[in-house]
Write a protein of this length. Structure first.
Length: 54
């Protein structure tokens, strides 16, 4: 299971993507490596390539 941090409607619910990510990271006391993995999960879930096309 891949966990991601999202921001559906920041104007309505408050909390833009960066604020949501920072709160999530602080609350769970994540390491830099865990935070990096969390961020990469979002790219992978969105099907964004994580490496240059060959």
């Amino acid at each position: 299971m891949k966990v991601t941090v999202n921001s559906d409607d920041p104007a309505y619910f408050g909390g833009y993507m960066t604020e949501n990510f920072e709160a999530f990271r602080a609350e769970l006391s994540m390491s830099d490596e865990q935070a990096k993995r969390l961020a990469l999960n979002g790219f992978e879930a969105a099907l964004v390539p994580t490496h240059p096309a060959r």
